[in-house]
Design a protein around this ligand. Structure first.
Ligand code: SDX
Length: 393
């Protein structure tokens, strides 16, 4: 029977869907959302516009943008009861563990937007998720550091509001630098969507059974957490910490190349890109801008990362295997400079990717050819055999 199926572990050559949202040419290092290059969006657009673009297929005009901002900000608060849920976690819980739990629990708070057969309810659920993710992510941070939760402010931009909820405390005036807010917004744009990556495929597979959107996004968050995927931004910083100084780079490169050593260069390599990840370029440039703005000259970690990149890209192993820095390589250095603890890095990825997840989920549910996702297998277990009673085993 096994001959009936194509066997493609890791889906390296299997398309799981038709999609009109994001296009990647891995050999050229090209990424486009709805036909717009990521570099253009990162330079000229803002995250709310990119959200609208991913959800609706076009950039908004002025009225559409105003309405979208109004509708998103309408949903920024979370149900007050959710605070009790946060308090059930240990203070030292990893914020990604908290995110999986809290976002999954949203379906228990917002029953009125879980009917996936109704396109309007699907959009309300999508808006709720995009609007509430910064609030929940900031709460996850506040809970770990033991500070009071900060309510959203709808007069601020999406990125500013997130920085406000994360870093402001009631006893002090909090000022957000426009460069920092712009950098945060750009980081969100760079993470917004990336076609059928593991977490998006997880959201689609979960959604294909008709599960509610909040549960599906929680599944996506769980998948993103792994160090081979979104968890790599956290792992990059841990790796740079471990390497410590430029003179130890060759030793770690040798380990990355050694098949008997499980160590891999975190933030390097990609299933689709066999060229520079265009997001990593913008990220590196943003990194310089942020460090300049913060007055950090010669940040040793950035120097170490750039030196690591330079040496790796001259090494035949990385050249032959076409291993380049990916989106996660430089993001952690910026996030650290902005004051985020390492454990929050993947949470920020999840926050920004939420729009991609809901856009892809909406596209799938609205597709009449959609079926439940149900891969087959090649059975490798025992052949049929007779049952042996316990006393004879
Ligand atoms: C993200 O898919 C997406 O779009 C994801 C993402 C998104 O926006 O959603 O772009 C976000 O997840 C970025 C990737 C973050 N992960 C890391 O940085 C972790 C380190 N990188 C990898 O483990 C790896 O490169 C993957 C997981 C990203 C890709 O894995 P593949 O496509 O399954 O490739 P592979 O592991 O089979 O590698 C091919 C070869 C192997 O050598 P050979 O067995 O052929 O001799 O390249 C080697 C690997 O050993 N290799 C590496 C390496 N990555 C691959 N060697 C050393 N260091 C590395 N980082």
């Amino acid at each position: 029977e096994s001959g009936m199926f194509t066997y493609d572990p890791g889906f390296t050559s299997t398309a799981s869907c038709e999609s009109g949202i994001t296009f990647i040419d891995g050999d050229a290092g090209l990424l486009m959302h709805r036909g717009y290059k990521i570099e253009d969006l990162a330079e000229h657009s803002d995250f709310m516009e990119v959200c609208y673009l991913l959800l609706y297929g076009e950039l908004p005009d002025k009225d559409q943008k105003d309405k979208f901002l109004h509708d998103i900000t309408y949903h920024t608060m979370v149900h007050e009861q959710l605070i009790q849920l946060f308090r059930g976690f240990r203070r030292d819980a990893h914020p990604m563990a908290v995110m999986v739990g809290v976002v999954g629990a949203l379906s228990a708070f917002y029953h009125d937007s879980t009917d996936i057969t109704d396109p309007h309810q699907r959009m309300v659920a999508s808006y709720r998720l995009i609007a509430k993710m910064p609030t929940i992510a900031a709460m996850a941070y506040k809970y770990t550091v033991g500070q009071p939760f900060v309510y959203p402010r709808n007069d601020l931009s999406y990125a500013e509001n997130f920085l406000h909820m994360t870093f402001s405390v009631p006893c002090e005036d909090f000022k957000i630098s426009p460069t920092i807010a712009r950098a945060m917004d750009r980081i969100f744009i760079l993470h917004a969507d990336h076609e059928q990556n593991a977490s998006t495929s997880t959201v689609r597979l979960a959604g294909s059974s008709g599960a509610n959107p909040f549960a599906c996004i929680a599944a996506g968050i769980a998948c993103l957490w792994g160090p081979a995927h979104g968890g790599a931004n956290e792992a990059v910083l841990q790796m740079l910490d471990e390497i410590g100084t430029v003179d130890r780079i060759p030793e770690f490169l040798a380990r990355a190349k050694d098949k008997n050593d499980p160590f891999r260069l975190m933030g390097f390599g990609h299933r689709v890109y066999k060229n520079y990840d265009p997001r990593a370029k913008v990220m590196q440039q943003t990194c310089h801008e942020v460090l300049d703005e913060l007055g950090v000259k010669n940040e040793p970690m950035l120097k170490l990362a750039m030196e690591l990149e330079r040496i790796a890209l001259e090494d035949p192993y990385f050249v032959d295997k076409k291993l380049f820095p990916n989106v996660d390589f430089y993001s952690g250095i910026i996030l650290k400079a902005l004051g985020f603890p390492v454990s929050m890095f993947t949470v920020l990825f999840a926050l920004a990717r939420t729009v991609g997840w809901v856009a892809q989920w909406n596209e799938m549910i609205g597709d009449p050819s959609q079926k439940i996702g149900r891969p087959r297998q090649l059975y490798t277990g025992a052949p049929r055999r007779a049952y042996v009673p316990l006393h004879k085993r």
